[in-house]
Design a protein. Structure first.
Length: 349
């Protein structure tokens, strides 16, 4: 680890922090309000030297962070974090204009992130959010955000990143706003992977197949009661769907002998099944009972499998109920994607 340290806000179960660690930056402090997430952080050795605050950021005093930084003798720091994304989720598109709060939405905690940046004056920062923050409906929020960043004296780059491009075996897009004092020497993160058809042209690796990451967990000792689908409402239909397909395979669109569904009448990830030779679809934080991706053997995914798809370390431990663990992992930034973004920030400092 070098002298540069990280202060983590909205730490969740630690995806961004693991990425910072992989980039050679130690997290010295975490702030997180969710008790299960805090339990996860405290359970893992990577955070053994970090001061973990289980508090609400809206009433949190930055004097506590300054005290930690003084004790750690951390002069050069970055601030990293992913404020809750509910105000910018796609579900928000269906809210009527009169009910859409935008900047004033109490769930929009980006302002709290910038409040701490203003107080700590880090060398740089990394703010993560969902891709839909860039939707035109949120323009007023983004415009306000970048204006405030400039007012604080930071140059910034807004990066739309695909996890596939950085070795994550999962289709997941995220937006990163990266700020620093001074100018950017490097203008975009260095990609490591590309679509198979562009390997020869680019010299990069092909996108990672999900089977490589999770096949080791397809053994009886990893069995979970929650994975069983045989006796459920759509258990029979799930078994009939080929790997890599969704319910369309049993609709009139794909011409099965006995169509069971009408195409485009359900969410696209209904009965969606992984194929071991291609990347996974996005791991959801709160999937419905028949929302995929499911394992290609027609069962629900196991905890070590969803963690591996998100590129958490193999020995990483999670606290809480099965539902809570799914939510923690699904909300996290994949550590390999986080590593690429933090490395980009670090190289520009």
């Amino acid at each position: 680890m070098n002298k540069l340290k990280a202060v983590s806000l909205f730490s969740g179960c630690g995806g961004l922090d693991i990425g910072a660690h992989l980039a050679g930056i130690e997290t010295v402090s975490c702030l997180e309000i969710d008790g299960d997430c805090v339990g996860t952080l405290r359970t893992n050795r990577i955070f053994k030297n970090a001061r973990i605050f289980e508090e609400d950021i809206t009433s949190f005093s930055t004097s506590k962070l300054k005290k930690v930084l003084k004790e750690e003798k951390a002069k050069d720091i970055i601030v990293i974090g992913g404020p809750p994304c509910q105000p910018f989720s796609k579900a928000g598109y269906w809210i009527g204009h009169s009910r859409r709060k935008g900047i004033k939405d109490e769930r929009n905690l980006v302002g709290e992130f910038l409040r701490i940046v203003k107080s700590l004056k880090p060398a740089g920062f990394l703010l993560e959010n969902v891709e839909s923050i860039l939707h035109p409906r949120h323009k007023v929020v983004v415009d306000d955000l970048v204006s405030r960043i400039s007012t604080l004296g930071y140059e910034y780059k807004l990066i739309k990143a695909s996890a596939l491009d950085f070795g994550v075996p999962q289709k997941r897009n995220r937006v990163f706003i990266i700020g620093l004092k001074g100018r950017f020497k490097i203008h975009e993160p260095k990609k490591t992977h590309c679509s198979p058809g562009r390997v020869q042209e680019t010299g990069l690796k092909a996108y990672e197949a999900v089977g490589k990451f999770i096949e080791k967990y397809n053994r009886p000792e990893f069995f979970e009661e929650e994975e069983v689908t045989e006796h459920g409402t759509y258990g029979k239909e799930l078994r009939e769907i080929p790997p890599g397909k969704n319910y369309f395979a049993l609709s009139e669109r794909d011409n099965p002998e006995n169509p069971r569904f009408r195409a485009n009448k359900r969410f696209w990830n209904f009965l969606l099944k992984l194929h071991p030779a291609i990347p996974s679809w996005t791991i959801a934080a709160q999937p419905g009972p028949w929302v995929g991706p499911f394992h290609w053997t027609s069962r629900r995914l196991r905890v070590p499998e969803i963690a591996a798809i998100q590129t958490f370390p193999e020995n990483y431990k999670f606290s809480g109920t099965r539902r809570s663990i799914q939510r923690q992992i699904g909300n996290a930034v994949p550590p390999l994607l986080a590593k690429a973004m933090v490395s980009f920030l670090k190289e520009n400092l």
